[in-house]
Ligand binder design. Structure first.
Ligand code: 13P
Length: 253
């Protein structure tokens, strides 16, 4: 098992405003610079909604907090009203983009093949694709977790992915925004399976970071982040408060 530096990514989802982004990022910067983040040794990433990316990239200047988006188009450019290309995200200062989040798979019917096409476009534009996978409540109850995750991994990760352009996030759908989390043992089993698939199918797959997401908060972060093959967190609700987000980062050890 390769020891990797943790990545703590904040998925703001459809929350915030320009003034909220300014205040939250200012607080993150101050806390990180002053060491008030509890000696954060993880890499930090914030992913605001599209309209605030350009502002956020300015607010983030002078910090080493990275910027990401929450989706991109599979096409490079052209007649695709309402879509945003990966090159545009790069142009706005993004280094990462979240793809295939369960909310997009559900709300927009995104298939794993579409997620793979988006990830390929993102990587082609020089972005790191954060590809999300995870089972629903009923799939879990049916004992299908590993089968579902395997299928999503195999079909959502494009050929040409490497350690340098891919991050995977395991987010059980039933744990998102519910306050429920899997046991450390369950997380370990899924992450071990994902690692096996990455080692078999991706160049440098042993060093691709695998994040856990779903109701991560400061009070449970230490336990979740200590699970073998958990290399960071994809945080929703708790990423909207600087103290909570940094509390999670500090728990990475
Ligand atoms: O969906 C998530 C991050 O992408 C997790 O959301 P919560 O942390 O709010 O459960």
């Amino acid at each position: 098992m390769v020891k990797l530096r943790h990545l703590v990514a904040g998925n703001w989802k459809m929350n915030g405003s320009r003034s909220m982004a300014a205040a939250l990022i200012a607080e993150l910067k101050t806390q990180c610079l002053s060491g008030g983040g509890g000696g954060v040794s993880a890499d930090l990433l914030v992913c605001p909604p599209f309209p605030y990316l350009i502002h956020a990239s300015e607010f983030l200047m002078g910090s080493n907090i990275a910027l990401g988006a929450q989706d991109c188009a599979p096409q490079e450019s052209g007649a695709h009203t309402g879509d945003v290309s990966a090159a545009m995200l790069k142009d706005c200062g993004c280094s990462h983009v979240i793809l295939g989040h369960s909310e997009r798979r559900t709300d927009h019917g995104e298939s794993s093949a579409q997620v793979a096409a988006k990830a390929k476009a993102a990587q082609g534009a020089g972005l790191i694709a954060i590809v999300c996978v995870g089972e629903t409540d009923s799939q879990r109850d049916a004992g299908e977790t590993l089968k579902v995750v395997e299928s999503q991994i195999v079909n959502s990760i494009p050929a040409g992915s490497t350690t340098a352009n891919l991050v995977v996030a395991y987010e059980p759908v039933w744990a998102i925004g519910t306050g429920k989390t899997p046991t450390a043992g369950d997380v370990a089993a899924v992450h071990a399976q994902i690692r096996k698939l990455l080692v078999a199918g991706v160049k440098g797959g042993e060093a691709v970071r695998i994040l856990y997401g779903g109701s991560v908060k400061p009070s449970n972060a230490a336990e979740l982040m200590a699970v073998p093959e958990v290399n960071g967190a994809l945080v929703g609700g708790a990423s909207l408060k600087a103290a909570d987000f940094l509390g999670i980062a500090a728990a990475c050890g």
